[in-house]
Design a protein around this ligand. Structure first.
Ligand SMILES: Nc1ncnc2c1ncn2[C@@H]1O[C@H](COP(=O)(O)OP(=O)(O)OP(=O)(O)O)[C@@H](O)[C@H]1O
Ligand code: SF4
Ligand SMILES: [Mg+2]
Length: 359
């Protein structure tokens, strides 16, 4: 190891998050706040990240950390008047924040598409699955209904729907939950989107279909050089697929780096917690699995200082800094960003002596 731990950690892994050029999706200082009777819910509070064409970003965090709110903001799908959105969401250089909703609608399908966490919310109950895929496809592709129908059947086949030639004429309620999820994935992929956001794309599916879906997303990306965002609470899902990973906690990014860095030299106590609670096939003694104690904070009253302090074993390491000062999200070397007051030597010591040996 080098004398300077910051440098040593920075040199540990390649590749780095895209830092040059103009990424296809660039989110800058995004804030999404919902005024409610109980107070303002700060679901997303100063979030910045970017995804280039051909790259995959994994967004990981516990329930309620703001993952879906972030993706719905990018897609322009928050109900009118409910969310206060500030900052910038640049899609190929065009800012979507404040853009006329009709213009945003035209970008959906071909320029950006989303696999929703809840398939029912994405499908219309009164139209057959096939009709919905055909209509989505024909908005952006001037082809006959017959050609579009063939495309729909092909897609249903690719996402693993049995007998796609007849199931194409079923209504969503005639599909099981897992099949609806796959049909919605077919719909999202129908126009070969340049940006695909997949919000928990595999949670309702069995392991074999999960692998098929992740392969399909990978194929889309390779064929069309798409930018992909995969959202999950399970680090395992993004382990193989993501180039970069952003870990979210309470509406903010707490760690952001290449996937290699996140798995090999994670530097934030919350990420250590996620890794320690991750089930692994090669783990013999499952009793070592340690869920992160406690629950995430209310997004109306986020704790002073570091929002993770009530759950963090290292909150007392720097006097009372963690309880009084919000840690800045900063580059600790080579594009590896964290929001934590721990110094480089403490982080390395804790990782090497307390966390890594137990993984
Ligand atoms: N329309 C809304 N009004 C008020 N609060 C909202 C609204 N939509 C979302 N929230 C709140 O924002 C927070 C973040 O929600 P979000 O759905 O983004 O979480 P998530 O990270 O996707 O969680 P999960 O893993 O459970 O899907 C939650 O506390 C949620 O209750
Ligand atoms: S800033 Fe303090 S409380 Fe927050 S993660 Fe770092 S050590 Fe823990
Ligand atoms: Mg969600």
């Amino acid at each position: 190891m080098s004398q300077n731990p910051e440098d040593a950690l920075a040199a540990a892994a390649e590749p780095r998050p895209a830092a040059t050029g103009s990424p296809f999706l660039q989110v800058r200082e995004l804030r999404v706040h919902f005024p409610t009777d109980d107070g303002v819910v700060k679901s997303v509070d100063d979030l910045s990240f970017s995804v280039d064409r051909g790259r995959t970003l994994g967004i990981v965090g516990e329930s309620g950390s703001g993952k879906s709110v972030t993706s719905l903001s990018i897609m322009g799908l928050h109900k009118a008047g409910t969310a206060r959105i500030t900052g910038e969401i640049l899609l190929d250089g065009q800012n979507l924040v404040g853009m006329n909703p009709d213009r945003v609608r035209k970008l959906r399908g071909k320029r950006m598409a989303m696999i929703f966490q809840d398939p029912l919310s994405a499908m219309h109950p009164f139209y057959t699955v096939g009709t919905q895929i055909v209509e989505a496809y024909r908005i952006h592709n001037p082809v006959s209904k017959k050609v579009a129908r063939k495309h729909a059947i092909d897609l249903l086949d690719r996402v693993g729907i049995p007998n796609p030639t007849s199931r194409v004429d079923d209504y969503p309620h005639q599909f099981s939950g897992g099949m609806r999820q796959r049909a919605m994935i077919a719909m999202a992929l129908s126009c070969d989107p340049e940006l695909l956001i997949a919000d928990e794309p595999t949670t309702a599916l069995d392991v074999t279909v999960q692998a098929q879906i992740l392969d399909l997303i990978r194929d889309l990306q390779q064929e069309f050089n798409s930018a992909v965002v995969i959202i999950t609470h399970d680090l395992g899902v993004v382990a193989e697929l993501a180039d970069d990973i952003m870990v979210m906690y309470a509406g903010r990014a707490v760690e952001y780096s290449s996937a290699a860095d996140i798995f090999n030299t994670p530097q934030h106590p919350y990420t250590w917690g996620l890794l320690s609670s991750m089930p692994r096939l090669d783990r013999e003694r499952t009793e070592r699995l340690q869920p992160i104690k406690g629950t995430p904070p209310s997004l109306i009253n986020v704790p002073e200082g570091c929002p993770f302090n009530p759950r963090c074993a290292y909150a007392g390491t720097n006097g009372n800094l963690s309880f009084t000062v919000r840690p800045e999200f900063r580059d600790v070397g080579g594009g590896h960003h964290i929001a934590c007051h721990l110094g480089a030597e403490d982080r390395m010591r804790i990782w090497d002596t307390e966390i890594r040996p137990k993984l």
